[in-house]
Design a protein around this ligand. Structure first.
Ligand code: SF4
Length: 471
């Protein structure tokens, strides 16, 4: 995916008991920067009070040494955000820190709730006031609403949620981390060399801290980190699972150990499978940087055709240039990727990328390859065509704008202006991961949704101008 058309929905982190908690959260957020670049935040607890700093931009832009030094405490949670529900505004940056009937709580969320607007509507009808347009805020209202219950307030609150969520709550005396019963998004438990327990979206964050991976947080589980160590309880029976296969294809860091597999190795297998499904004679296998590299390497290994970098990224165009507006995205792609004409001129190329969403910038890049003199372009994509929406934490554009939505593969090929086009089959993709095929969510490829989505929440569903009607 060369055009940044699809966005991640956030990374979360939490660590308990460490005198360096805020700095460790900063390091973990840095390692998970790929999961969200719109805003970042850290909340800390000194055992009595919570404090937080959140801001718009990359982790390095939000936190200065001075700001980090002011975040004192032995516990911290952190969040990287890209908006899939709620616009890109400062009020939506997380962790959300609130005073409520139970004291103080800070919350970071990775995922998408499919019943957030209904829940919010019900609360607003009772006079509740919301300060953000994210789906996350409703969780704090649920927690407050159940605080006087004799049962477990968090368990009761979570039982009202539908959809995808990995949540990290910070209270004055503990961290509570919860994963939804279907497990769309990853959440792992680790321990630092000093014995401090932590949770993170990806193992790459644990690696950055020199922490040991202990296990995944289970579906329907709450893990509590406190001075008493680690405690586990369930709030729901595990369902599915519905592990997001697209985390492997595109989202997660290549070094992350995800759902039982290492992402880089899965991506190489995807390329290998692609070579077996769609062989073609060519001079080079050319990756679309950076996302297509691993699969291109796998294709080259599988086909025996040399791997060559014919398109190179401009490392000095930072991610800060990228904004969700399409014009700016297109300009950014032109700046970020340069074709090396001395490599591609007169050559038959197999160009490998991980996925195509809208296809507009892929087409532009294919045109650039032609202008640089490529004699043949055979485009190979290491996942099936994306034809349907994701309601579980990935911000695909409106399905009507997906290039493969209403086109045959031949029509997509014509649109992109390439000599041949092959998408890896669903079976081929699923053959590259360790769990049985039924354990993964493939809805955006197959149209088969693990749960019934009767009232999908869109990115802007909770914006004030959106009319929400429930009977
Ligand atoms: S619909 Fe696609 S992107 Fe969304 S959770 Fe399922 S596999 Fe992942």
């Amino acid at each position: 995916m060369i055009d940044n058309e699809t966005r991640h929905k956030c990374g979360v982190f939490g660590i308990w008991g460490s005198p360096e908690a805020a700095h460790q959260a900063y390091t973990a957020l840095y390692a998970q920067q790929h999961r969200g670049q719109e805003s970042a935040g850290i909340a800390v607890s000194d055992g009595r009070r919570l404090d937080a700093h959140v801001g718009m931009g990359l982790v390095a832009e939000v936190f200065s040494p001075k700001v980090l030094a002011q975040l004192r405490g032995r516990a911290a949670i952190g969040h990287n955000r890209y908006s899939t529900t709620g616009s890109n505004r400062a009020c939506n940056a997380q962790p959300l820190l609130r005073d409520y009937i139970g004291g103080q709580v800070a919350l970071g969320h990775n995922g998408n709730l499919i019943n957030a607007d209904l829940l919010r509507y019900q609360y607003e009808q009772r006079g509740h006031i919301f300060h953000t347009t994210t789906d996350t805020e409703v969780i704090i209202h649920l927690l407050a609403a159940h605080q006087t219950s004799k049962a477990d307030p968090l368990v009761e609150a979570l039982q009202h949620l539908q959809g995808a969520y990995c949540l990290v709550f910070l209270f004055a005396d503990r961290i509570e981390a919860a994963r939804d019963p279907w497990g769309w998004r990853p959440l792992v438990l680790g321990q630092t060399a000093e014995g401090h327990w932590c949770v993170a979206s990806e193992t790459v964050a644990l690696d950055a801290l020199g922490a040991r991976f202990e296990r995944e947080v289970e579906r329907g589980e709450i893990v509590t980190l406190s001075d008493a160590g680690v405690r586990s309880r369930r709030f729901a029976e595990a369902q599915g699972p519905a592990l997001c296969i697209f985390e492997h294809v595109y989202f997660a860091n290549p070094s992350t150990h995800l759902f039982g597999d290492t992402v880089q190795i899965v991506r190489e297998r995807l390329g290998h499978a692609l070579a077996a499904e769609a062989p073609v004679e060519a001079d080079f296998v050319v990756p679309m940087p950076d996302s297509g590299r691993s699969a291109a390497w796998g294709y080259a290994m599988g086909s025996g055709i040399p791997y060559r970098e014919g398109i190179v990224p401009n490392r000095y165009v930072g991610r800060t240039f990228i904004r969700p507006e399409q014009d700016e995205r297109d300009a950014a792609v032109q700046l970020k990727l340069n074709v090396i004409s001395d490599i591609v001129k007169g050559k038959r190329l197999i160009v490998v990328d991980d996925s195509i969403v809208r296809g507009t910038t892929t087409r532009g890049k294919m045109e650039q390859l032609r202008r640089a003199g490529a004699s043949e372009i055979h485009l190979r994509i290491s996942c099936p065509p994306i034809r349907d929406a994701c309601y579980f934490g990935i911000d695909f554009p409106d399905p009507a704008t997906l290039v493969a939505r209403d086109r045959t593969i031949e029509q997509v090929r014509e649109y992109l202006g390439v000599d041949s086009l092959h998408y890896l089959s669903l079976e081929g993709m699923l053959s590259c991961v360790s769990h049985p095929a039924g354990h993964y969510c493939t809805a955006c490829f197959s149209g088969c949704y693990p749960i019934n989505v009767t009232h999908p929440v869109s990115k802007l569903s909770l914006e004030p101008q959106q009319l929400r009607m429930f009977s």
